[in-house]
Write a protein that binds this ligand. Structure first.
Ligand SMILES: [Zn+2]
Length: 124
């Protein structure tokens, strides 16, 4: 906060961790951080002012890269696969029912299949 006093949405990210309150072991850390940066992207007050945005897609990326890279994947999934996917993932983590099968339940595809589709056409 001292280095970037204008970056108010660090608080958006951190407060959402409190809202998540999943507890340890509810799901993979990359997903927890991806959802949190998705929330910052969607509800942040001044991301532009802080020069913060989702990381542009790169073929070297993977969903496990976490933070803005996973957040961008979530935005794409919401647009192309399931409008409610982030809400549903949040719910599964909160109720500690998240498994790799959750992706199949929500989209009909495995996580790796979803990432492949995303990598082929990553526009958001
Ligand atoms: Zn975080």
């Amino acid at each position: 906060m001292l280095e970037k006093p204008g970056d108010i949405d660090v608080v958006t990210h951190k407060v959402f961790h409190i809202v998540q309150n999943y507890g340890r072991g509810a799901g993979p850390g990359w997903l927890v951080e991806g959802i949190t940066d998705y929330v910052r992207h969607k509800y942040g007050i001044d991301n532009a002012g802080a020069n913060w945005s989702l990381t542009p897609f790169d073929p070297k990326h993977n969903y496990t890269n976490s933070y803005r890279i996973t957040a961008r994947f979530l935005v794409w999934l919401e647009k192309n696969e399931n409008k409610k996917i982030v809400d549903e993932l949040n719910k599964s983590l909160r109720t500690r029912t998240y498994t790799p099968e959750t992706w199949v339940k929500l989209t009909g595809k495995t996580l790796d299949e979803l990432w492949q589709s995303y990598a082929q056409n990553p526009a958001i």
